[in-house]
Design a binder for this molecule. Structure first.
Ligand SMILES: [Zn+2]
Length: 220
């Protein structure tokens, strides 16, 4: 009996150690609504915008795109992304698809990471590359540059995502133009493009310094 208890204790302890080891960073699950309507609009987006015909809005991520929200808080940005249809004010985007913009992750200024959309489902955050990319939004703007804690959180999240997916590139939204004339770019309307300056060059440099060992590409 004593032996059995000893064995069971050992098994329990090793399980605790393994689960602690695999839980490398803290991510708070905070899913936006991904119901039938978002699914339908996402399948349509894949077809109309990317020219990809599928019955489900699934993606195979190979690019991580870093963004900033250009203002707001976790609450206001979450509520915004949670809307399924895009607002009228975003006319350039609305003309191309009714699907609202969103992102897979949202990172607060203190580095807290929220997970909004399953990594393998489409989120609309980067023209031409949504079918193969994970979008990471950060609370901040040009006037309110991203924090050191966000630098660390983004680097940790990238490291975590590289263990789960075959990620080849990490780019800032401002850098997506470099993919425009390549095979990776899938957008049926050659004129659909908007210039972006998020998430800021200094931030990108700082994140890249922490993930040099991952050998990820910044351009095609
Ligand atoms: Zn962006």
């Amino acid at each position: 009996m004593k032996k059995l208890i000893y064995c069971l204790t050992l098994i329990l302890l090793s399980n605790i150690l393994v689960s602690q080891k695999s839980k490398d960073i803290e991510i708070i699950e905070k899913p936006i609504v991904y119901n039938q309507e978002r699914t339908k609009l996402s399948v349509e987006y894949l077809k109309e915008r990317h020219g990809i015909i599928q019955t489900k809005p699934t993606i195979t991520p190979k690019i991580i795109v870093l963004h900033y929200t250009a203002g707001g808080t976790i609450k206001t940005n979450f509520n915004y992304f949670n809307n399924i249809q895009i607002e009228n004010a975003r006319k350039i985007n609305k003309d191309q698809s009714l699907l609202n913009v969103s992102a897979h992750y949202l990172i607060d200024r203190d580095g807290t990471i929220y997970h909004l959309v399953d990594d393998n489902l489409l989120a609309r955050h980067t023209i031409g590359l949504n079918y193969c990319s994970i979008g990471v939004e950060n609370i901040g703007s040009k006037k309110e540059p991203l924090t050191d804690k966000q630098v660390i959180a983004n680097a940790n999240l990238i490291r975590h995502l590289c263990k789960k997916h075959k990620i080849e590139y990490v780019i800032g939204h401002s850098e997506y133009i470099k993919f425009r004339k390549t095979k990776l770019w899938k957008e049926t309307n050659p004129n659909y493009f908007t210039y972006k300056e998020d998430p800021g060059n200094q931030f990108l440099m700082n994140v890249r310094k922490l993930i040099v060992d991952l050998n990820l590409k910044s351009k095609p």
